[in-house]
Write a protein that binds this ligand. Structure first.
Ligand SMILES: [Zn+2]
Length: 182
């Protein structure tokens, strides 16, 4: 038999073919892989069973790939939400800080800051539940996502959002301070 090794589609690790196995699990991440020579090497009599296994394997591969792409999309939206929360918090505090002087012309900054504050609060309340609700149904590692998973996801995202908000508000304070306005 030929010694064949392939690259794991999930982690890139090297997977060596063992004996005349057609399938193997990646020693690094456990992903099941299929050695492509299977189609050429399959013996007469084994072919039907192997064909079914290859088909099932390919179906699951597609399913996993769809899952990965949905998770990537979800992560993109989660990151956009964090950036929006961070930006709105920074600008809200920045403008209110800028406006909190004794000069009447500063009132415009208070107004801008107040509008951004409303946007910020909307993001704080809307993003974590929306993201938790839209987390892909099928988690590649943990399987089916249930209500408790979503609740945990919500708590995690809400806590991260608050952390990001605190850091952004502090960053606004530092900037104002450096401008001599805080
Ligand atoms: Zn792997």
């Amino acid at each position: 038999m030929n010694i064949v090794s392939i690259e794991c589609p999930n982690c890139g690790g090297r997977i060596d073919r063992d004996k005349n196995e057609y399938f193997a699990n990646c020693p690094f991440c456990g992903t099941e892989v299929c050695f492509d020579e299977i189609k050429g090497e399959a013996q007469y009599g084994q072919i039907d069973e192997l064909k079914d296994r290859v088909e099932a394997f390919e179906k699951r591969e597609r399913f996993d790939e769809e899952g990965r792409s949905r998770i990537r999309k979800w992560i993109k939206w989660r990151n956009i939400s964090y950036v929006a929360i961070s930006g709105a918090t920074f600008l809200g505090f920045f403008f209110v800080g800028l406006g909190s002087g004794s000069h009447p012309e500063n009132d415009i900054f208070i107004g801008i800051g107040a509008v951004i504050f409303i946007l910020m609060m909307t993001l704080f309340f809307a993003c974590p539940p929306a993201l938790a609700a839209h987390y892909p149904d099928y988690d590649l590692i943990n399987g089916k996502v249930n209500f408790a998973d979503r609740l945990a996801m919500y708590v995690k995202i809400a806590a991260t959002s608050i952390g990001i908000g605190v850091i952004s508000a502090f960053a606004a304070y530092i900037v104002l301070k450096s401008m001599g306005r805080a």
